[in-house]
Design a protein around this ligand. Structure first.
Ligand code: ZN
Length: 167
């Protein structure tokens, strides 16, 4: 397994539209294992393949306290359920910033699992918000897109400054 590099906002590669996975083979299973390791090491509660510059429709999440309940979804299709609720969101690609984002309180996910079988699961609470956040990445969308233009540009400028200092 390997720790993968995570792209940081405003890297334009984060805006790439991810493509569906055609065959769930060992290379996909290896990528998912690496994504989970990268997410745990960061540490974070979710990661989309887009964030590690692989533009395939794959997300991993684990919101459990003990970090032992990983979920991996390949080609996820979401059905949003219920009212909207606000969660304070952060993102491994937007380090150090947390802002409230409104999302559907529940979500039904239809996807392929790592065996290539179709699964359907329903989530609410933090896991629902997390799945919606990660799925957005596959369409090139980031949580800052839900914020005001002013807030988004302030975050962008601060991160660009940090990235310049690091370079
Ligand atoms: Zn994110």
């Amino acid at each position: 397994m390997a720790i993968l590099d995570i792209l940081e906002y405003p890297d334009p590669r984060l805006r790439t539209q991810a493509q569906p996975v055609n065959v769930v083979d060992d290379s996909i299973r290896r990528l998912i294992a690496d994504m989970l390791e990268t997410m745990y090491e960061a540490p974070g509660i979710g990661l989309a393949a887009s964030q590690v510059d692989v533009h395939l429709r794959i997300i991993v999440v684990d919101v459990s306290e003990n970090r032992d309940e990983p979920h991996a979804f390949i080609n996820p299709e979401l059905t949003l359920i219920g009212e909207s609720v606000e969660f304070e969101e952060g993102c491994l690609s937007i380090p150090g910033f947390y802002e409230p984002v409104s999302r559907a309180e529940g979500v039904r996910v239809r996807a392929l699992d790592t065996a290539g079988d179709v699964i359907e699961q329903q989530f609410d609470g933090l896991l629902s918000a997390c799945v919606q956040h990660e799925n957005d990445h596959l369409d090139g969308k980031l949580f800052v897109d839900y914020l005001s233009v002013l807030k988004r540009s302030r975050i962008r400028k601060k991160l660009e400054k940090q990235q310049r200092l690091r370079a």
